[in-house]
Design a protein around this ligand. Structure first.
Ligand SMILES: Cc1cc2nc3c(=O)[nH]c(=O)nc-3n(C[C@H](O)[C@H](O)[C@H](O)COP(=O)(O)OP(=O)(O)OC[C@H]3O[C@@H](n4cnc5c(N)ncnc54)[C@H](O)[C@@H]3O)c2cc1C
Length: 549
């Protein structure tokens, strides 16, 4: 059943067995599973049923320049509504890949690493998670077969590099068929435009008794349930926990100051440049581009073998080859942190002026906005030259003659990389989140060493003409961005001193509150998170079903 939260009378109490906060893929998957099992669910989604809402005003960035506005979406379907990969089967797809076995292990060279269980515990849930996308998968576990079958070609130089195949899927099923089945369900009451603003504990701090919901400044209601599941995304999950101070002075689940800490992204960057041994490499499309195999769009990436990663004490990382003409300069905008900072600060100032107020630190923002402007000028000059060169079909502006190595790395768990509450408040008076994404010396060293080893393999075993590293000691890598993956902020660990949730996703010390989504990942590997967070969501739904029935 679907209703706009604004139609619920002000002050009303809505009741159900389970209250799920957030209608992204995790929340939708859980609500559908529970509803199908006859459990009464109240699903709260802050966004509308259809139509793109304005960018969220619930967080501000204070760390590495980060595109917060476009890295999530507050609407039915959540952030998958922003997936944008173009494949031969259509646009708006996203990458799927399971985490590797090694990602679940405790690795003694990575502090705080390891999951409370091995990958095997998720295997059947991974297969069920794939089925959610309603693709005709060739097998339950296609990656293993593809990695083996497709390990060939000019780049997968014998066993010195390992091929990892990423598949692509269309997430339209979430705002589509999954959402429709929820809307038509007798068991699920889906309330849109309904913002959960506080978790309340009336009887005891170890029990959540209700969620306060606002639909407008002057209008709100309460949801009471036996079990609560937070599935609001990797920034909003910790924000809601931290902002819920009714019986918990430091926020719910935060007795050990862990909520919001360990924010991890998958740093995406250009790690190197390769001039291949001969031009044939550019015609072997299947080694670098997105193409269809077994009826599924896929793309190959490459990693160092696990034994090298272990021997060298590295973090995980996968790279792909991106063909480019030589004229694409390293000094384009995406290669400059100062330029990104400049744009980020200028946008922030613009917004504040539109609201007719100067934000705290406005002068520092202005200085940063002006400071990066010469990088922007340089970028624009490069773009205009390249555009003209392409228009005029000048070969050096059109024909690829080199490959950029586009890398996506694992970030080490780091308590100082975090989400905390800001002094600023949103429209409902809830403190907004402050994102302070940081990379450590270990992250940067691992990126450089990996590129060094990959370069050596490509030069010696692959006999490619030239491989140049683009990574400099101590500096952030060029073209650095996040992958829109918000992970780690309510990490999973058996001990409440090391994690916010236990191995089922239950908040330590609060027996009827669970968290779903990639905020529970304690270590993140290099793979995109959604397949894993869906596997965990299905596992959690089974657990809650078991508890309630
Ligand atoms: C541009 C882009 C490309 C991406 N590409 C990929 C990819 O290729 N592969 C991949 O695996 N991942 C990708 N991701 C990441 C992926 O979208 C997320 O991992 C996934 O959507 C997270 O699912 P979730 O349900 O945990 O949270 P979200 O999708 O963030 O959904 C959370 C939902 O909760 C709602 N909500 C938030 N706060 C509240 C509140 N207080 N009350 C009520 N409701 C609330 C929000 O409106 C939202 O609908 C991409 C993300 C972006 C932005």
């Amino acid at each position: 059943m679907l209703a706009d939260g604004a139609t619920v009378p002000d002050g009303e109490v809505v009741r159900g067995d389970v209250c799920v906060v957030g209608g992204g893929p995790a929340g939708l998957a859980i609500a559908r599973e529970l509803g199908a099992a006859g459990i009464e669910v109240v699903l709260l989604e802050r966004g509308p049923d259809s139509g793109r809402p304005p960018p969220p005003d619930t967080a501000v960035n204070v760390g590495i320049p980060y595109h917060l506005d476009t890295s999530r979406s507050f609407e039915v379907g959540g952030s998958v509504q922003r997936w944008r990969a173009r494949t031969p089967l259509g646009r708006g797809f996203g990458r799927l890949r399971e985490l590797e076995r090694i990602d679940f292990e405790r690795r003694d060279w990575i502090q705080h690493s390891g999951w409370p269980f091995a990958k095997e515990a998720l295997q059947t849930f991974y297969a069920r998670a794939r089925q959610l996308f309603e693709f005709d998968w060739p097998s339950e576990d296609p990656e293993q077969t593809w990695d083996r079958e497709l390990h060939s070609g000019p780049f997968a130089v014998d066993s010195a590099l390992t091929t990892k195949v990423f598949s692509f899927a269309n997430p339209a099923v979430f705002p589509g068929v999954v959402w429709r089945s929820i809307r038509n369900s007798e068991q699920v009451l889906a309330l849109t435009n309904s913002v959960a603003v506080e978790l309340r504990s009336d009887a005891s701090p170890s029990h959540i008794s209700s969620v306060l919901v606002r639909t407008a400044r002057e209008h709100g209601f309460t949801v009471e349930a036996r079990v609560y599941v937070l599935a609001a995304g990797g920034i909003e999950n910790p924000r809601l926990l931290l902002a819920s101070r009714h019986r918990h002075p430091d926020g719910v689940g935060n007795d050990h100051d862990l909520v919001g800490r360990f924010f991890m992204e998958h740093p995406h960057y250009a790690s190197g440049r390769l001039t291949p041994a001969n031009g044939d490499a550019f015609s072997r499309d299947e080694h670098f581009s997105i193409h269809v195999h077994d009826g599924i769009p896929i793309q190959k990436k490459y990693t160092l073998p696990d034994e090298v990663v272990r021997r060298e004490g590295l973090l995980g990382c996968a790279f792909r080859f991106e063909p480019k003409p030589v004229t694409i300069s390293n000094h384009t905008l995406r290669y400059s942190q100062e330029a990104l900072r400049s744009i980020e600060r200028a946008t922030k100032l613009g917004r504040s002026f539109a609201r007719r107020r100067l934000p705290p630190g406005g002068l520092t923002d202005l200085a940063a906005a002006i400071g990066g402007s010469h990088h922007i000028a340089r970028y624009l000059a490069n773009r205009v030259t390249v555009m003209l060169g392409r228009r005029l079909r000048i070969p050096r502006y059109v024909d690829p003659s080199q490959f950029f190595l586009r890398t996506m790395a694992e970030q080490a768990p780091n308590p100082d990389s975090r989400v905390r509450l800001s002094a600023e408040r949103d429209a409902f008076g809830v403190p907004i989140a402050e994102l302070d994404w940081r990379l450590s010396a270990q992250d940067l060293d691992s990126m450089r060493r990996t590129q060094e080893l990959v370069g050596r393999v490509l030069r010696t075993v692959g006999r490619h003409r030239r491989v140049e590293s683009l990574l400099k000691e101590g500096a952030l890598p060029p073209a650095l961005s996040g992958g829109n993956h918000h992970m780690g902020t309510t990490r999973m660990h058996d001990s409440p001193r090391e994690g916010v949730v236990d191995r089922q996703g239950r908040v330590h010390g609060v027996h009827n509150l669970y968290v779903a989504g990639s905020s529970v990942f304690p270590t993140v590997g290099y793979a995109n998170p959604t397949l894993t967070l869906l596997a965990l969501a299905l596992r959690l739904a089974d657990h809650v079903k078991g508890e309630l029935t």
